[in-house]
Design a protein around this ligand. Structure first.
Ligand SMILES: Cc1cc2nc3c(=O)[nH]c(=O)nc-3n(C[C@H](O)[C@H](O)[C@H](O)COP(=O)(O)OP(=O)(O)OC[C@H]3O[C@@H](n4cnc5c(N)ncnc54)[C@H](O)[C@@H]3O)c2cc1C
Length: 451
């Protein structure tokens, strides 16, 4: 370990990796990545931190859906012009292709997608057409291994070495310090700690008095139904994204992460268990799952959306000893699901460890009502989803760090400190996280060249 690096990158998720690729590609030396998790060959799917930390970050065991549309997967369109964002999507996509992503693009627009757009409008839904390159869970690790090999010898990577503190002097980033007391200097610090590092970066942002604005918290359920019911949507748009403004509360409700023929999985973040979903490129189940998430932003005096989300997730864990599953019919009839009732359900749950229970004890009325209203609206375009046999798993929560005030090049108001990826609250998916790394690295390259 050197005492001084030109660039220190915190986190080896897609955001950190793309920053490193962009810098090393043009020969910048003295780059170090500090990563709290393990190297790619030592990572296991496992639970909790294993799933989210290490080379590839949360992307390693993800579904690997690269969204090629600028309006999905983050807020970068608020920072840079659409055309520039499109060019960056192309650049990042070419890098994924270079490392072995499949050539096929799903969800390309057609007359049929236009017709669905119109049909959705009649049902009170907004359909967001989206092109996707699907790596599939089984291809993510080999791809990440190839990237790791490409960077071997060009940059220093330290695994199981979490950064404790970002170091700042006179309004300028000077390096980082580690838990064993080691201090390292750097000209530039790029910080991409992901959602798993949201709490850590929130505390660092507060300690360094970096200005931030509260982010929304997305709380909802994972919906599972026979794949045949959703085929109309999934055959047309691999990732069918809909936005709905709930009748009762006017809250923004959206579908998220649709997994045709996929499976529902648990996700452990520190001491809480939430639900998620994925699908394999080849292995198929008989079901399709997707999330319905209700988005809320708190105003004064409450500024802790992460705390709120955790609280709700904890409540589900308390009652269900983990994740709860309920038939929609039971929820509407005001009764819990039991193992017997789940056994009688024509949708066979793919997450068998979920406890049959009652989500109305967990989710606030506001969320439950909005979810039910959206399912009703969806039923108007894909008949059968508002069935008593539809399964709801709870809860799915997306925590986003309070959004830090950053420049279009993702620099904080501390000079040479860049915040990228999901941990900065500006991205929500692999593609935009990767692009955020490119953006920060490009700015650093500009400054290095100027010098
Ligand atoms: C199950 C699952 C499925 C998903 N499927 C998709 C999908 O199909 N398509 C899609 O676009 N997105 C998907 N996502 C989301 C996607 O994985 C993330 O948006 C993306 O990985 C964010 O990249 P990132 O670099 O910002 O953060 P992460 O990938 O979260 O990486 C952050 C890294 O920083 C490390 N870190 C944190 N704090 C520190 C610290 N203090 N010191 C050192 N290291 C630290 C962490 O260990 C982690 O490795 C999925 C996520 C999950 C969990």
């Amino acid at each position: 370990m050197k005492k001084h690096y030109r660039v220190i990158i915190v986190g080896s998720g897609p955001s950190g990796i793309f920053a490193a690729l962009t810098l090393s590609r043009v020969g910048v030396e003295d780059i170090a990545i500090f990563e709290r998790g393990k190297d790619i060959q030592d990572r296991k799917r496992g639970r909790g931190m294993e799933l989210l930390c290490g080379w590839g970050g949360a992307g390693a065991f993800s579904d690997g859906k690269l969204t090629l549309s600028p309006t999905v997967g983050g807020f970068l369109s608020e920072f840079i012009p659409q055309k520039e964002l499109m060019n960056l999507i192309k650049e990042a996509d070419e890098t994924y292709l270079l490392f072995g992503a499949p050539k096929e693009v799903l969800g390309q627009s057609s007359d049929k997608t236009e017709a669905l757009y119109q049909e959705a409008r009649l049902a009170g839904l907004e359909f967001i057409p989206m092109e996707i390159r699907h790596l599939g869970t089984e291809n993510c690790i080999p791809l990440l291994q190839r990237v790791r090999e490409n960077l071997r010898g060009k940059i220093d990577v330290f695994f199981e070495t979490p950064v404790k503190e970002l170091r700042v002097e006179k309004g300028k980033a000077t390096g980082v310090s580690l838990h064993d007391g080691t201090s390292l200097e750097a000209d530039f610090v790029i910080c991409g700690p992901g959602r798993v590092g949201a709490e850590w970066i929130k505390n660092e942002v507060a300690r360094l008095k970096i200005s931030s604005v509260p982010s929304p918290v997305d709380i909802g359920v994972r919906v599972e139904a026979p794949a045949s019911i959703l085929r109309k949507l999934t055959d047309l748009a691999y990732e069918a994204k809909f936005i709905y403004y709930s009748k009762t509360f006017d809250d923004r409700v959206r579908t998220f992460c649709m997994n045709p023929f996929g499976e529902v999985v648990t996700e452990t973040i520190e001491d809480i268990v939430t639900v998620n979903g994925h699908s394999y490129a080849k292995k198929k189940t008989e079901n399709t799952n997707f999330a319905i998430l209700v988005s809320n932003t708190f105003t004064e005096p409450f500024r802790d959306p992460i705390g709120y989300g955790r609280y709700i997730a904890r409540l589900a864990n308390l009652l269900g000893n983990g994740v709860i599953v309920q038939r929609l019919g039971d929820l509407l009839d005001g009764r819990r699901s039991t193992p017997d009732r789940i056994n009688r359900c024509i949708t066979h749950p793919t997450l068998i460890s979920a406890t049959p229970g009652d989500l109305s004890f967990v989710l606030p009325y506001r969320h439950l009502k909005s979810i039910i209203e959206m399912l009703e609206a969806l039923d108007r375009i894909t008949s059968g989803i508002f069935s008593r046999h539809t399964l709801l798993y709870g809860v799915e929560v997306k925590f986003y760090t309070n959004r830090v005030k950053i420049s279009p090049t993702l620099e904080t108001d501390i000079q040479n400190l860049f915040l990228i990826g999901d941990g900065a609250g500006i991205t929500r998916g692999l593609m935009q996280a990767s692009i955020s790394g490119i953006l920060a690295a490009n700015e650093i390259l500009k400054r290095i060249r100027k010098k």
